[in-house]
Write a protein of this length. Structure first.
Length: 143
């Protein structure tokens, strides 16, 4: 049997259950994320521990990136009696508006150790270019 030693954590859990903060498909919970630039790509990392890759859905429509995931309860035998359940279950979702300077056709996704990592390359047209002056005095753009 597990002993509960933190009454405030238990109160928070009860408030979450009563307020219905576990996510549903119509009202998903928000998943935590980090976003940063690494070289010629933007990286977005989503925390999704305990979620199988089959339960993750990634969509891009125009410049809107949508990530949805569902953490389902583990199948338990009839003889198992749950003593404590604090890990959130349900549906999680996050939408991110991507800049026009990103190449949404070449997004790469990786899922390891409960973290979904998306790498979105910067579009070639958005990268800095050097403009040189030609022999005739006109400017030429070099890629």
């Amino acid at each position: 049997m597990l002993m509960r030693t933190d009454p405030f954590r238990e109160m928070d859990r009860i408030v979450q259950q009563l307020s219905g903060t576990s996510g549903t498909w119509s009202k998903p919970s928000v998943m935590p994320m980090d976003a940063y630039r690494e070289g010629d790509a933007y990286v977005i990392a989503f925390d999704l521990p305990g979620v199988s890759t089959e339960a993750i859905d990634i969509d891009v429509e125009r410049n809107m990136l949508t990530v949805k995931a569902e953490r389902r309860p583990a199948a338990k035998a009839d003889s198992v009696q749950m003593e404590l359940s604090e890990r959130p279950l349900g549906v999680f979702s996050r939408q991110v508006v991507l800049a026009d300077t990103l190449d949404t056709e070449r997004i790469e996704a990786d899922y390891e150790a409960g973290v979904l990592t998306l790498r979105i390359p910067i579009a070639e047209r958005a990268k800095p270019r050097k403009i040189s002056i030609g022999e005739s005095g006109r400017k030429q753009i070099s890629g």
